[in-house]
Design a protein around this ligand. Sequence first.
Ligand SMILES: *[C@@H]1O[C@H](CO)[C@@H](O)[C@H](O)[C@H]1NC(C)=O
Ligand SMILES: *[C@@H]1O[C@H](CO)[C@@H](O)[C@H](O)[C@H]1NC(C)=O
Ligand SMILES: *[C@@H]1O[C@H](CO)[C@@H](O)[C@H](O)[C@H]1NC(C)=O
Ligand SMILES: *[C@@H]1O[C@H](CO)[C@@H](O)[C@H](O)[C@H]1NC(C)=O
Ligand SMILES: *[C@@H]1O[C@H](CO)[C@@H](O)[C@H](O)[C@H]1NC(C)=O
Ligand SMILES: *[C@@H]1O[C@H](CO)[C@@H](O)[C@H](O)[C@H]1NC(C)=O
Ligand SMILES: *[C@@H]1O[C@H](CO)[C@@H](O)[C@H](O)[C@H]1NC(C)=O
Length: 463
Amino acid sequence: MDNKSFWSLLIIIFCAFQGILGQTCPQSCVRCVVDGLGDVTDVTCSDSRAFQLIPKTVQHLVFQNGSLPNGIVKDFLFLGISELESIEITNYHLKELWGAFLLNCTDLKIMDFSNNEIHSIMKSNFKGPVALEILNLEKNHINLTTDNVFENLGFLKKLHLGNNLIQTLTHNTFEGLINLQILDLSRNKISYMDGHTFQSLSKVKNINLSYNRIRNIPSGLFNGLSNLKMLQLSHNTISTISDNAFVQAGVITLDLSTNQLTKIPTEMLQQISGNKTEVLLQRNNIRMLQKNSLSNIELKLLNLASNGMDMVENDATYNCKIKYLNMRQNMLTTLPETMLIYLNSVIIPQVFLSTNPFVCDCDLIWLGKFLYQKSWKNIPKCSKPIELSRLNIVDYYNQYDTSCLTTTEEITTPFSTSTSRDLSPSSTNTQHDNTTSQPISSSQRQTTPSPTDSVNTKNNTSC
Ligand SMILES: *[C@@H]1O[C@H](CO)[C@@H](O)[C@H](O)[C@H]1NC(C)=O
Ligand SMILES: *[C@@H]1O[C@H](CO)[C@@H](O)[C@H](O)[C@H]1NC(C)=O
Ligand SMILES: *[C@@H]1O[C@H](CO)[C@@H](O)[C@H](O)[C@H]1NC(C)=O
Ligand SMILES: *[C@@H]1O[C@H](CO)[C@@H](O)[C@H](O)[C@H]1NC(C)=O
Ligand SMILES: *[C@@H]1O[C@H](CO)[C@@H](O)[C@H](O)[C@H]1NC(C)=O
Ligand SMILES: *[C@@H]1O[C@H](CO)[C@@H](O)[C@H](O)[C@H]1NC(C)=O
Ligand SMILES: *[C@@H]1O[C@H](CO)[C@@H](O)[C@H](O)[C@H]1NC(C)=O
């Protein structure tokens, strides 16, 4: 007898066996649903002995909290169960999947083998369930070293590989997944990806690469992924992003927080620029906003909080349109007046600046005036000089504006020639009529120029 007829015979015997024994609910199963025709359609079990008794009419099969001998799913386990639409074997100490163990399950849409100890998968594992739409293999020990494993899964929409041991991704890894929309690779050990890793995934919407060991984003990696909406790269050690990694990428939300970037990835921001785009860069090491680093960039949100940033260069925000700009919890002592052009060009921009050690001197008075005019909430505080640390930047503007106006030529701060005792407002101090701050007593009040009047006398050198 040749190999083929041997297997055919085995299948026939197996099917006959099933025909006799397999049409009722396995006794030890916790749940069993029978349809109007008397066929068992849903089975949920724990006891592994029930594997021998699975009714062949079953459509939804669940095994949880048990184990198979040696953790092996043998290749004839599901033979003849051809109406299967979903299979879940979770928390079952599975280690190995033998060949085409789902060969006859051509209607299978959902396969959940998460929470096991599977160490490798092969292309033949997916020979058969060609209509698969959801494949969940998270929380296993998969290293994914085999090329083209998913090649047969042209209808797959969701692939969950989070919490495995994946280290390397190449252009062969996801070959054939032309309908994939969601790819979860979070919490692996990925440190290398070649630039064509995602090239087959033209429909992908969401890629999660957070909690890996990625150090750089190679050229080409996300090029052309025009359907990409959410890309998560947080909690890696990314320090470089190739200038050609996001060409024609459609990212709307890009999370690059908690990485090791030292400068703004300007090329990348220009490539994904758009009025809905949100980019998270908090908790990196971007110490400086360099000249033109945000030039020609339109974003809904840019989060630069907690970067240890202590310098914003002139014209860093030249021709930039960012609606929400978060620069909280940095080391900023001042901001260049060129930012006014940006702040005035965006409709109701929200710039978050609290928790920075601002030095309230004449260089920053423009910001107090701007915030005063816009009546913003969350006005940042003065940190230095120490005598002003009770004030916020708007209070500072209200009280010290004219001292800057009258002395700009010789003196850059109202305090440079005075001791802290002299700080009580005198002839140089201005009090605007309605401020949120505690006004200085009205007896000390002098003339009250309107805020718009007061700036026009001092020309902005950078404009
Ligand atoms: C498996 O364990 C989980 C958590 O304890 C429980 O919710 C579930 O019902 C169990 N499944 C079976 C089939 O016993
Ligand atoms: C299982 O699938 C193989 C290949 O498509 C086919 O030859 C065989 O007849 C099927 N067996 C059953 C029991 O459906
Ligand atoms: C994973 O596969 C790579 C080869 O791509 C190998 O170098 C590495 O040792 C493997 N890691 C584990 C944990 O098996
Ligand atoms: C991405 O993965 C992380 C870590 O597993 C998780 O916390 C986060 O919710 C995931 N994001 C999405 C959108 O599923
Ligand atoms: C965003 O831009 C699109 C065109 O690019 C425009 O139609 C839409 O009104 C803009 N939305 C906002 C909120 O500015
Ligand atoms: C000043 O008064 C105007 C009108 O009464 C009000 O809209 C504005 O919010 C006030 N500004 C401040 C800083 O309180
Ligand atoms: C400010 O600039 C305008 C034109 O740019 C000029 O007319 C005006 O005299 C300048 N004011 C001062 C105080 O330099």
